[in-house]
Design a protein around this ligand. Sequence first.
Ligand SMILES: Cc1cc2nc3c(=O)[nH]c(=O)nc-3n(C[C@H](O)[C@H](O)[C@H](O)COP(=O)(O)OP(=O)(O)OC[C@H]3O[C@@H](n4cnc5c(N)ncnc54)[C@H](O)[C@@H]3O)c2cc1C
Length: 473
Amino acid sequence: MDGHATGLLEQLAAIVGRRHVIAQGEDQEPYVVDWRGRYHGRSVAVVKPASTAEVAAVVKLCAEQGIPVVPQGGNTGMCGAATPDASGRAVVIRLDRLNRVRAVSALANSITVEAGCILADVQRAAEEVDRLFPLSLGAEGSCMIGGNIATNAGGTAVLRYGPTRELVLGLEVVLPDGTVLDRLRRLRKDASGYDLKQLFIGAEGTLGIITAASLKLFPRPRASAMAMVALPDIDAALTLLGRLRGTLGDRLSSLEAMSRGQIEVIAENVPDVAIPFALESPWYLIIELTDTLAGTDLRTPLESVLGQALEDGLLTDAILPESVAQAEALWRIRHSVSEGSKRAGHVVSHDSVVPLENQAAFARDVQARIAGVAPAARIVMHGHIGDGNIHVLAILDRDTPGIPALAARINEAVDDVTTALGGVISAEHGIGQTNTARLGRVAAPADLGLMRRLKALLDPGNLMNPGKVLPPA
Ligand SMILES: Cc1cc2nc3c(=O)[nH]c(=O)nc-3n(C[C@H](O)[C@H](O)[C@H](O)COP(=O)(O)OP(=O)(O)OC[C@H]3O[C@@H](n4cnc5c(N)ncnc54)[C@H](O)[C@@H]3O)c2cc1C
């Protein structure tokens, strides 16, 4: 390590404490490799500040010395967005010591938390005041709320509560020059100028570091009903969605689809997941209804809609769990999708979203196009069907020759179908470093131009998570 790096480590240690600066070496490994294991970066130091003031001081120091910074939450992202490049120049700012609940109000239905709070801890803090924080996803035990906001995470409750963007009331952000932007208001109404917090939601840490957030809470569901159904085709899922919405309104809180192949991948690769039915249909759907009024009977109307659907040939089978344990076992299948797929081979995964009425066409077209480009790929799908977002995975044998070129051709095929059907290439996982070229290929020039101008305005030195989101100019 040269004298300049040693001097930097001393300066960082003076801000956050020596114990919270991890210099190059094995101890950095968990912070410089992404969740999928695709990117192996290096960093001059991983630092763990414990307050907004410490984050601001680290960012200011790095800005003054022209050192790139990479914000990092739980490092569960899907696109290498929190992984530094291989140059070893960047400082990774890991947020896990900013983990306090600053305020919670059952009356105002709001909670203010620091960015390094684990999502499951935010959910628990809401429960303690008898409220719900509805964001829910497979990584909730390790992803952090700052990362959720920076990626505009979706998850399984979007149908009813919207993506993370719709759950944010206010943000506190450290800008690329170290200035603290305090927009941590908990106001439901605010017509006083530009809504600046929106800039940082979904920006994947390229415009600033979120240090705290005020979030919306909701009444807790006290009644629920659930079913897992087998379908002859994806069109049936959309017809069923229309009927469930028409009958049950916004009591419909989740509608998660999985192709048979997707469940087979889970069954083959995640040993402790039980599949309590024979896999004989091409599509499966988890339906969950909730209501805040204790004692509300949701099962009877659900059975009635499903009974009619069975008669009409929209379903081939249905399971309604008899206990909480059975319901959790069904959800466990859905939550094992990422783990199972990761173990199955080299996954070329997609996060397209299309208008709902085009979703069935999307699933069919994309299957045919990928099969044309990569006949040996195992094509499986899962997704949040009610909001138009189906994840298409092309799983390749790890020893397939020429994977990068093949993956690029698969991506082009999927992106062409997505854009032709009026969609975008990422609904919830983001662009990160994996998808910058894809964004460059499909985004409108006016969109990209404005994004670049905003980035240059806020971060003229291109030091805040460089190489992420924006394609190279
Ligand atoms: C098993 C599993 C299931 C998943 N399921 C879903 C799902 O259903 N829906 C979904 O949307 N995602 C899902 N994901 C992806 C991932 O969990 C989400 O993207 C999550 O929001 C990332 O949070 P994180 O704290 O791990 O962020 P990280 O991976 O650490 O970072 C992600 C991005 O946010 C930036 N960032 C992190 N913290 C901050 C901050 N405080 N300020 C500014 N920028 C910051 C990083 O620089 C990076 O660009 C899943 C992941 C796994 C492993």
